[in-house]
Design a protein around this ligand. Structure first.
Ligand SMILES: [Zn+2]
Length: 291
């Protein structure tokens, strides 16, 4: 299967608001689809920033066609298309001979089914400027996973996601990964911000049936950067269960548990809107404390 072509075809035929937010090293485009209504709560949901987790790109297409009634979301189905294609089709997905040799050397072979990084051997989800380079598993040379890059935002994909996020100024972000059926929402938030984010994370947990968890000693992720630098609620959802790479056979279960999730968060957000205002410095009177 060619995942990139599938997302590109969906983009080309999409009638709603849409945007190409950047281009990868391998020349592939990064697509953004807007669904819902502008002017209300606005989110960004990004998927498959880790190559082998490409199955979540297909969940994104389901989310886009499922739609939203309140609020609006920018869906970015495939944030690492070079890596995803490498995972699915191996070195034949890479045009340049020099690049093919580099990737083969870094990977130590031609089986890329467990590859997580982009075409530079950088793990995009440790390349953001939030505790960059301080993760427990971080590596400092190109690798299939965990290499932080030469500097924060050294990669085209992370630059595109950073710039797009700054332009949209979303109220929240969701990052879809696999696997483990867990939701992460913490990254050094001060207490009020943490309480707000936990309430929203509980909506996600209830909707999916997944547990709230802790990403532990990882740093430099998109979620981490959104929480630390944008000061917004940001979530990682580890969808699905089983051994990597999950592949197409996991899609049905993932869609079953996650189809309503984005809508549930926005509905819950509107219902609990006053709590978000309180965090912005509004009137806390009548507000019960704790979570
Ligand atoms: Zn991941």
């Amino acid at each position: 299967m060619e995942i990139y072509q599938k997302i590109k075809s969906a983009f080309d035929s999409y009638k709603g608001k849409k945007q190409i937010i950047g281009r990868t090293e391998g020349g592939r485009e990064l697509f953004a689809f807007f669904a819902g209504n502008a002017g209300g709560v606005t989110g960004i949901c990004q998927y498959a920033i880790h190559a082998r987790e490409w199955v979540t790109a297909l969940l994104a297409l389901e989310h886009i066609s499922y739609g939203l009634s309140l609020g609006g979301v920018w869906f970015l189905p495939l944030m690492n298309p070079d890596g995803a294609e490498l995972c699915l089709s191996g070195l034949s997905s890479v045009k340049e001979t020099k690049k093919r040799e580099f990737l083969r050397r870094v990977n130590g072979g031609t089986d890329f089914s467990l590859w997580k990084a982009n075409a530079n051997g950088v793990d995009l989800n440790v390349n953001f400027d939030a505790g960059w380079g301080r993760g427990e598993k971080n590596l400092y040379r190109p690798a299939a996973e965990n290499y932080v890059g030469e500097s924060p935002f050294s990669e085209r994909e992370t630059q595109a996601l950073r710039d797009f996020t700054r332009a949209v100024r979303p109220d929240f972000t969701i990052s879809y990964h696999t696997a483990g059926e867990e939701i992460y929402y913490r990254y050094k938030q001060p207490p009020l911000q943490a309480a707000r984010d936990q309430k929203l994370a509980k909506i996600l947990a209830k909707s999916t049936g997944y547990a709230l968890g802790d990403a532990g000693k990882s740093h430099g992720g998109y979620k981490d950067w959104c929480i630390l630098k944008q000061k917004i609620p940001a979530f990682t959802i580890e969808a699905g269960k089983g051994r990597q790479p999950l592949g197409l056979s996991a899609l049905r279960d993932i869609v079953g548990k996650n189809l309503h999730t984005v809508r549930a968060l926005i509905d819950g957000w509107n219902y609990a809107g006053y709590e978000n205002k309180i965090y912005e410095g509004g009137d806390p009177s009548g507000k019960e404390g704790g979570a």
